[in-house]
Design a protein around this ligand. Structure first.
Ligand SMILES: [Mn+2]
Length: 599
């Protein structure tokens, strides 16, 4: 299905004013205005993204109280366990807090639940195990805010519970009758009882930026701990080095959790990418080496998203998250190298599993879509590895542009099915599951991604209700994929200087996408050439009014035929990039889409 192009509108007078005031090229001014930055000061702050732009940790609700409680526990020699999560954000968050506690001389341990047999978040059995093992204080990272009943268990076990999280709390009305007295109600939400809750986005919170990931919340708490330990805003040298490492780890969590790269997240990632290079833990260094990143002059968001985070996640997906954590916190380069190699092996295993589930699920998806073109997909298969169904659901949601739920059925048919769903822009998956929850054993997540458990026998009824819900809430128009285009710009405008300025809007990612430009009246300067081992990509050269530029269409190999057939001028949508090759820098286009003109 062809994509609809949506070109951002703009006001030429405002573009001209910002162009003059900030001394930047018109297209850059237009890109900034499109990102809601209207004046010279805003443009400077955005382009500089200084580390000092991070808010003081004292401003984060709960951070001061949590830090005080933790310091008291350290002073009293009480044992602290950091309770984390098995994804890249949760592992990074656990590493940050654990390194900090050890630096402060705490008796600190960690616990990461097993994705395959415990699942996400606090659970009763784990808390009992921790209490029996002598833990006094449990500090959650990247989880816990929805664990109303589990917090009660912690209390009964005599544990001091400190929750740090960034997920949505439970809605009070969704709690079972028996749980209601256990929760503290704030408006419509129900919070677990805890000695402290550190969270950037609870209802009635005054914190200006709720978009922090779990690792960034952990970083703020660690920073508050360091400040209190130093009795000063400026911390000593060892703590400073630790905090720079922690900024690098927080950047991994931020990119991996796909939170919007604006405000504090943009600052964290911009500086964190540098910290990963200049203040690496032995584990980060080893990861960079196994992924071949050590040869690059700098680490960018794509390196984190496609090389570092998937390796950490692979460990969790295959039930080995503690190894990824050990990798991040070890002091030994030798052990780091071994762990990094082992985890890369797990990542290759994950890729193989993913391919096989993708093939099976895609076969089903194609048949379903032929039957009904405007509804969601609920697909299930026996033995699909539960650790990869989320990634495959994401790929299918993108390909078919509709919400997708994949359910892994137990090999023996005795345990309930485990499902994972991914959504598309404008469709709230969390709400959709809540609307069908009478068929589910449990579910959790947010707008774009969610998990569920379901009895096998209930899948048919769930599918019918879920698909009916999708049909009611998704128009035919929503089902057509859209391409957002930031601005029109002729090839002649793509000078080295301008494209370099566009690069300074980086780091790019969710919420701050690499700009897409378009232009018309373009012709092929030479026949396109398939490149890549299997000819998946296309190398091209475009020409417009005497200016010619090289372009690459990643995954666009199949366009070859149609592009040769297109006789007249075409319109192209593309991302301008600077290509570094053998010490030379050239402007290049990454082709996103194209169309014949006059149709
Ligand atoms: Mn997270």
């Amino acid at each position: 299905m062809p994509k609809r192009w949506r070109i951002a509108t703009y006001d030429p007078a405002r573009v001209a004013a910002l162009e003059r005031a900030a001394g930047i090229p018109a297209v850059v001014a237009q890109l900034l205005l499109g990102r809601g930055i209207c004046d010279c000061d805003g443009a400077r702050a955005f382009l500089d993204a200084k580390l000092s732009g991070l808010r003081d940790p004292e401003e984060l609700p709960g951070a001061v109280r949590a830090a005080e409680l933790i310091h008291a526990a350290i002073r009293d020699g009480r044992r602290i366990t950091v309770y984390g999560d098995y994804d890249a954000d949760g592992i990074s968050a656990t590493a940050i807090l654990l390194l900090c506690l050890r630096l402060l001389g705490a008796k600190a341990a960690y616990y990461i639940p097993n994705r395959l047999d415990e699942g996400y978040g606090l659970n009763h059995d784990a808390l009992r195990t921790l209490a029996a093992g002598g833990a006094d204080v449990v500090v959650t990272v990247d989880c816990g805010i929805a664990s109303v009943a589990e917090a009660q268990t912690a209390r009964e076990l005599g544990l001091t519970l400190i929750i740090t999280d960034h997920h949505r709390p439970s809605v009070g009305d969704s709690l079972r009758e028996s749980q209601l007295p256990l929760a503290e109600r704030v408006g419509h939400t129900a919070l677990p009882y805890a000695a402290a809750i550190v969270h950037p986005g609870l209802p009635q919170s005054e914190y200006p930026f709720p978009g922090l990931c779990g690792a960034a919340v952990a970083l703020k708490l660690a920073w508050a701990l360091c400040q209190q330990a130093s009795s000063a805003k400026r911390v000593g040298e060892a703590m400073r080095t630790f905090l720079m490492r922690a900024v690098g780890l927080a950047a991994i969590g931020t990119v991996a959790d796909v939170v919007p790269l604006v405000d504090e997240n943009r600052i964290l990632v911009r500086h964190g990418l540098n910290c990963l290079r200049h203040y690496p833990t032995p584990g980060i260094l080893a990861l960079e080496q196994v992924a071949g990143l050590d040869k690059k002059p700098a680490i960018d968001c794509e390196d984190v998203a496609f090389a570092i985070a998937p390796r950490l996640n692979a460990a969790g997906r295959l039930g080995q998250a503690p190894l990824a954590l050990e990798l991040l916190i070890t002091d030994s380069p030798e052990r780091a190298r071994k762990l990094a190699e082992f985890i890369s092996g797990l990542n290759e295993q994950r890729q193989t599993l993913e391919r096989s589930v993708y093939r099976a699920a895609n076969r089903e998806a194609r048949q379903e879509c032929e039957r009904n073109c405007r509804t969601g997909l609920v697909l299930c298969g026996r033995g699909w590895h539960p650790g990869v169904i989320g990634i495959v659901a994401g790929r299918l949601a993108e390909e078919y542009h509709r919400p997708v739920v994949l359910i892994s059925l137990d090999e023996l048919g005795c345990k309930p099915g485990m499902g994972s769903g991914r959504s598309i822009n404008g469709f709230d998956l969390h709400q959709a599951l809540a609307a069908c929850d009478r068929h589910l054993l449990g579910h959790g997540g947010h707008e774009m991604a969610a998990g569920l458990t379901i009895e096998e026998a209930a899948i048919g009824a769930f599918r019918a209700e879920f698909c009916a819900y999708v049909e009611r809430h998704l128009s035919l128009e929503d089902c057509a994929a859209e391409l957002f285009i930031d601005a029109e710009a002729p090839l002649v405008a793509l000078t080295h200087r301008t494209v370099q300025q566009i690069e300074s809007l980086a780091p790019f990612g969710h919420g701050n996408q690499r700009p897409v430009l378009c232009t018309t009246d373009v012709r092929l300067a030479e026949p396109p050439k398939r490149i890549g081992a299997t000819g998946r990509h296309l190398a091209l050269r475009f020409e417009q009014h005497g200016v010619s530029l090289r372009a690459v269409a990643f995954g666009g190999g199949d366009w070859e035929h149609d592009l040769i057939e297109a006789s007249g001028p075409i319109a192209v949508a593309f991302k301008p990039v600077i290509n570094h090759f053998r010490g030379r820098q050239t402007v290049e286009m990454h082709l996103a889409d194209w169309r014949c003109e006059g149709v």
